[in-house]
Design a protein around this ligand. Structure first.
Ligand SMILES: *Cc1c(COP(=O)(O)O)cnc(C)c1O
Length: 233
């Protein structure tokens, strides 16, 4: 199979999985958006995906994301930054990302707002909430208790940033359905304070069905569309 055929085939399968999960959850099929995670894959793949109707792509490393966003600027895609974010890179990310999904501490907020303001852009923000046990190592995401203050900092940053919702990754070694059930509770509490922040980005190639059943409005799918990622390092 040629690469265009391969991508078209895999994308159709993922779209069908999303539609089936929506039906199973009693949700409308247009309620869940697909963000294709193109990290480690070339801009040529991004271009093919855009031709297949993909509108949203996700990246998790700043240099790679910036280069691809520049190379694909003519495609009108929405770029989601989904990776761990160093404080000193945040302003630069806000110069090309349309959505930053991995906001987990207040230091990032001021930097993102600065980058967005300098380029006269408005950047959508999702707060990444940790579903790990509190003592877990390499924990990404804010503790659920920290979301309130973090949300306030985004609102206080003014028009450059728009608080749109939450993002989470299911921890390894736990049934994703259990983790996403916790996420649904965290989200319900969050929505009562921020009723307009309705987005929920959760679910990847391996667990998108469980995430959709727990209320995800966006799934972030990489390998099920693009194939296995080349090994890093
Ligand atoms: C890489 C990545 C994904 C996509 O993972 P797949 O298992 O390849 O679908 C989703 N979310 C985040 C935060 C990622 O880093």
């Amino acid at each position: 199979m040629s690469r265009p055929e391969e991508l078209a085939d895999a994308l159709a399968k993922v779209r069908e999985r999303i539609a089936a999960a929506c039906r199973a959850a009693g949700r409308g099929e247009d309620e869940v958006g697909l963000v294709v995670v193109t990290k480690f894959f070339p801009a040529s793949d991004v271009r093919l995906l855009a031709g297949l109707g993909v509108t949203d792509v996700g990246e998790n490393r700043h240099q790679e994301a910036r280069a691809k966003a520049e190379e694909c600027a003519d495609l009108g895609l929405r770029w989601h930054y989904i990776g761990g974010l160093q404080t000193n890179k945040a302003a630069a990310v806000a110069r090309y990302a349309d959505v930053v999904e991995s906001v987990d501490r207040p230091e990032l907020v001021t930097r993102l707002a600065r980058g967005a303001t300098e380029t006269e852009r408005q950047v959508d923000v999702l707060l990444q909430v940790s579903l790990d046990p509190p003592a877990a190592e390499h924990r990404f995401g804010a503790a659920p208790e920290a979301l309130g203050a973090l949300a306030e900092s985004v609102v206080a940053a003014g028009e450059a940033l728009r608080l749109r919702g939450l993002m989470a990754v299911a921890p390894l070694g736990e049934d994703p359905a259990t983790a996403f059930a916790r996420l649904a509770e965290v989200r319900a509490a969050f929505l009562s304070d921020h009723p307009d922040a309705t987005l929920l980005s959760a679910g990847m190639s391996g667990d998108l069905e469980q995430a959709i059943s727990a209320g995800a409005t966006h799934v972030r799918v990489g390998s099920a569309v693009l194939g296995p990622r080349p090994q890093v390092q």
